[in-house]
Design a protein around this ligand. Structure first.
Ligand SMILES: Cc1ncc(COP(=O)(O)O)c(C=O)c1O
Length: 462
């Protein structure tokens, strides 16, 4: 059937033969046809219309090709992040704006209500105010749940090697404080989540940007060359469903990466914040799953799976545990207890797993809808990434089209995007931008995509 669609024998918008018809035609069971249709749906060939049947979808554009090279493209440079980052942050709270700029999860899932109820109940039941500072390690029940969930990523760790933090960025900041001194060189992904670049700037570090392939993530060849050439102190990687490309380092390459770290005795800060939001059949492993020498410090939080307002994150590290704890104590004494207790309770119940199943399915659907809209409204030269999980997509426009100008145009018309300029220390992504597709689609949001597409089309035709 995919072949028939590919060759145009069945065209876009056309209804597929009914399950019953096809079962008769091919002399196979109804369940075989249903399974085949599910597969075609999963691969993006067809979509179901309730009470009507299956229809051929508009075809997904070619995925974004990002050159993956074993040449090092950048020298270590002192991080100075774009002014645009704060500009984009300020715009976030603009009322009436349609925002695609923030990598935040959707709020239309039942877990939001569950969260509210748990907060209310626990704030009545357990004393959390008037108790002074709590132990900086974080409550045992939360660390136990984090250890329990880490098994899904292939990581076996004791709650005694976990430090809780105020979110994932805070976790990575504490790791950098422990592992680096101002002026040190660190290796980051390119394109890189701008929060990481900001941390590097805050600690006076230099960064070498390592190319990321749109499907296989961080280029190990380029990283090896960088390690040979520069005194790299730490590597930072969003290993599963990176921000902004949505790609993952395949498990077997994660193993290779750990061997490289061992060879050079360089630690790696792994940001696994999107790990639970996979679109495939099972969770990918964390790099830490292959770490036998304690060189990998795994950081994560509930900011992408539940709500960034919780500000609950963590670091898994046996080797650097004491130094991390000391750093947390120096930075903030401790983190608020109530959100941590609420998180522990949510993680301990089946509702979290159910929520993840639901969210993963919704995000996949919402991404596909974004692709449909882009196919309709953007010129054919637009490239869009094919995330394997997570909540953001990366766009590449023809080189002469300035995505920062698109950002300013969108801002004027109350449509917010994240310009590519923010994702690197040199100007290599000026023609790119990132959109968040997590929220439910509304006519207003669809219109906003159309508006962006019209602007790009006008630029491409000149
Ligand atoms: C890759 C990545 N890491 C960390 C963060 C920040 O997480 P948190 O809100 O838990 O500090 C983000 C948020 O956008 C992110 O995309």
């Amino acid at each position: 059937m995919a072949g028939l669609i590919r060759t145009g024998a069945i065209t876009v918008g056309e209804r597929m033969p009914s399950v019953r018809q096809l079962s008769k035609l091919e002399n196979v069971s109804i369940s075989t046809v249903t399974a085949a249709y599910h597969l075609l749906e999963e691969q993006g060939w067809i979509a179901v219309r309730p009470k009507s049947g299956y229809y051929v979808r508009r075809q997904v554009r070619d995925s974004l090709e990002v050159p993956s090279t074993s040449e090092i493209q950048s020298r270590p440079v002192l991080a100075t992040t774009s002014q645009l980052v704060m500009d984009v942050q300020r715009e976030i709270s603009k009322p009436n704006a349609v925002s695609f700029s923030r990598a935040i999860p959707a709020t239309d899932f039942p877990i939001t209500r569950h969260l509210e109820r748990t907060y209310t109940r626990l704030s009545r039941m357990r004393k959390h105010l008037g108790i002074g500072h709590t132990n900086p390690v974080g409550p045992y029940e939360l660390r136990q749940q984090i250890a329990h969930h880490a098994v899904d990523a292939g990581v076996a760790i004791s709650p005694a090697s976990i430090v809780t933090t105020a979110g994932c960025l805070n976790a990575m900041g504490l790791c950098l404080q422990v592992l680096t001194q101002p002026g040190d060189v660190v290796a980051v992904e390119s394109p890189c989540y701008y929060g990481i670049l900001q941390l590097i700037e805050a600690y006076g570090l230099k960064a070498v940007e390592i190319p990321v392939h749109h499907q296989t993530g961080l280029s190990l060849g380029a990283l090896k060359l960088a390690m040979e050439q520069w005194p790299i102190k730490v590597v930072l990687s969003v290993s599963s469903f990176s921000n902004p490309l949505g790609c993952s380092i395949p498990d077997e390459r994660k193993k290779e990466l750990v061997l490289l770290l061992e060879q050079y005795q360089v630690p790696l800060i792994e940001d696994d914040i999107y790990g639970d939001l996979y679109f495939g059949r099972r969770r990918t492993r964390a790099i830490k799953a292959f770490d036998t020498q304690g060189l990998v410090l795994l950081c994560s939080s509930l900011s992408k799976t539940i709500d960034p307002q919780l500000r609950v994150g963590w670091i898994l590290s046996e080797r650097y545990y004491q130094e991390l704890l000391h750093r947390k104590f120096l930075n903030m004494l401790s983190t608020p207890i109530l959100p941590q207790l609420v998180s522990a309770e949510i993680l301990s119940q089946g509702i979290y797993e159910r929520h993840l199943r639901h969210a993963r399915e919704a995000y996949q659907y919402r991404y596909r809808h974004l692709v449909d809209l882009v196919s309709e409204h953007f010129p054919t030269t637009t490239k869009i990434s094919r995330p394997q999980g997570g909540i953001v997509a990366w766009f590449e426009l023809p080189k002469h089209v300035d995505a920062t100008e698109l950002y300013h145009y969108g801002r004027k018309h109350d449509v917010l995007i994240a310009p590519g300029e923010m994702f690197s220390l040199n100007k290599q992504y000026q023609h790119c931008f990132r959109l968040n597709y997590s929220a439910r689609w509304t006519p207003e949001k669809e219109k906003a995509i159309e508006k962006l597409g019209q602007w790009v089309a006008a630029r491409c035709s000149t």
